[in-house]
Design a protein around this ligand. Sequence first.
Ligand code: GAR
Length: 205
Amino acid sequence: MLNGKANIAVLVSGGGTNLQAIIDAEKSGIIHSGKVSLVVSNVKDAYALTRAQNAGIKTAVITKKECGSAQMFEQRLIDTLEENGTDLIILAGFMSILSEDFTSHFRDRIINVHPSLIPSFCGKGFYGLKVHEAALAKGVKVTGATVHFVNEIPDGGKIIMQKAVEIQPDDTPEILQKRVMQQAEWIILPQSAELVCGEIVKGEK
Ligand code: GAR
């Protein structure tokens, strides 16, 4: 805990627009039960790291390559998160599947945002633009985003929030990705973070 607030670490791999939504939500007071104190990237030059630095948040880079194995990578992650006193881990565009060792270590303390309405277009192999390509290929008329707890099943943990987004006739994967972010992800990820932080602070989780 940090002054009565849940201590949040955000795990990223890419552009970090969801991280930005969390930072902005903390500034505006949408997130008031938690505080982001650490951003960890598994990609050295992820732009999300610059966003964190611009907001004065501590950063760390941990790559699988440098760690030598997936197991050592996860152990370094666990050590870093524990040293930081992390209460809640937010996966915001973190493109590495975490093993049961990791998820059971932080049971009910990891949430993820996924760019579809789970259980559609989710699980192993469905990440980033691939999710939107699959939705368009299937011809669904409605997609959206889901925030869920993370367990040992990829995208299989308990759902916290979902928001639907309509598909338009001329959508490309890139256009759809942007709309899903704007209309769903950037809204429900901060709201879910506040919900779970509130429960942690009250001692319910
Ligand atoms: C987001 O659309 C997020 O939902 C997705 O990657 C993008 C990251 O963008 N995550 C997954 O597909 C996880 N399975 P960002 O770095 O700009 O937040």
